[in-house]
Structure formats: structure tokens, C-alpha cells
Design a binder for this molecule. Structure first.
Ligand code: GAR
Length: 190
């Protein structure tokens, strides 16, 4: 079985999409662990509701977080780590040992980098009157949103869109795209 670990800091609707696609047989995978830096993340409740083990990071610094996570993760089999709305930088120990991918709600390299997450991204796209936004799934490296791009989906921005309506459209596309990318990993196509 293909073993996934999902990192999430917030609501966890992306995690929920992965769980749903495992449960309906689209993804032949197990989620071994859901990791969060935020003890109040709703993603943790979603995991518990599906009997998926959870882990809340205790460390407060980048370096300590890397050491703590490398110890915790060393105890479980992992093929792929998916960042699904996880907002912290990944440290060198994890980058060295694991394949990590991230989903970002814009057409990178536009609207990426530190502080660019979730609604901040969509508001910036609306403020700039962009005709398109979208989704980027990419490998994770030592810089925010700078890893090699795996795939992108374009989403049209309508004149009447708000950050909220754009977010809803992008997140719909994002869930489909991310599941497709994970499937490509499972099938050895990536
Ligand atoms: C997702 O749209 C994801 O792309 C974004 O946060 C959202 C998480 O939603 N991630 C980033 O912005 C990372 N820079 P969720 O908590 O409902 O899954």
C-alpha cells in the first residue's frame, strides 16, 4: 500500500478530499498520519473522524521542528508527504529524506512566497485584476513556493469575483488536480 502523510495547518478541506478519494477507491493509499503545527486545526478533527492518527508539533523554532518531525516520521513507512494548507517551512532533515509536494492556490511563480497563503493569495489576485488564477502543485524545497512545478490548472477570474468566490473556484480545481498528482505518484508516473 502507498503510504501518505498529510501536513495541514487549518480547515483541512484538501485533506478531506484526499480522504474521500481513498475511501471511494480512486486513490490506492493509506494516510499514515496527519501532522499539524496548529492544535486547533479543524484538519485534526477531520482526521480523527476517519480514524487517522494525528500529531501536533510541539517545537516552536524551525530547527527544533525539523528535529522533532524527523524523529516522529522515522517511526512510520512513508512514500510521499503532502502539504495541504500547511504554512510552515520544511527543514533540511525532512527535505533530505522524503519526497514532499505542496499545493498552492495561484499560478506560481505569481502570488507565492512568505505570507502568501489562502485568502491573502486570492485577495492579491483580485486587487491586481488578473484575468486568471489557478492551482500549482509543486515539489517542496527550502524556499516558500519555489520547488519544481509538477502541474498547474488555470481558473478564470470573473469581473464579479471576490476573494471568497475565487477561493471556492480555485479550491474545487485544486482538489481534482492534487488527487491526480497523487495518483501519478502511486502509479509511478512521477
Ligand atoms: C488550500 O487552498 C491550499 O492551496 C492553500 O491553503 C488552502 C488550505 O485549505 N495553501 C497555501 O496557500 C500554501 N501557501 P484547507 O485547509 O481547507 O485544505
Amino acid at each position: 500500500m502507498y503510504n501518505l502523510v498529510v501536513f495541514a495547518s487549518g480547515n483541512g478541506s484538501t485533506l478531506q478530499a484526499i480522504i474521500g478519494n481513498i475511501e471511494n477507491g480512486t486513490l490506492s493509499a493509506n494516510i499514515r498520519l496527519v501532522v499539524s503545527d496548529n492544535p486547533n486545526a479543524y484538519a485534526l478533527e477531520r482526521a480523527k473522524a476517519h480514524n487517522i492518527p494525528t500529531y501536533v508539533i510541539k517545537a516552536k523554532t524551525f530547527k527544533e521542528r525539523d528535529i522533532e518531525l524527523s524523529e516522529v516520521l522515522s517511526k512510520i513507512p512513508i512514500n510521499l508527504i503532502v502539504l495541504a494548507g500547511y504554512l510552515k517551512m520544511i527543514g533540511p532533515k525532512l527535505l533530505e529524506k522524503y519526497t514532499l509536494i505542496n499545493t498552492h492556490p495561484s499560478l506560481l511563480p505569481k502570488y507565492g512566497g512568505k505570507g502568501m497563503h489562502g485568502m491573502n493569495v486570492h485577495q492579491a489576485v483580485i486587487d491586481a485584476h488578473e484575468p486568471y488564477s489557478g492551482v500549482t502543485v509543486h515539489f517542496v524545497n527550502s524556499e516558500y513556493d519555489k520547488g519544481t512545478i509538477i502541474s498547474q490548472t488555470k481558473v478564470a477570474v470573473d469581473k464579479t469575483d471576490t476573494a471568497e468566490s475565487l477561493s471556492a473556484k480555485v479550491q474545487r480545481a485544486e482538489k481534482i488536480q492534487l488527487v491526480n498528482v497523487i495518483n501519478d505518484f502511486i502509479n509511478g508516473n512521477l
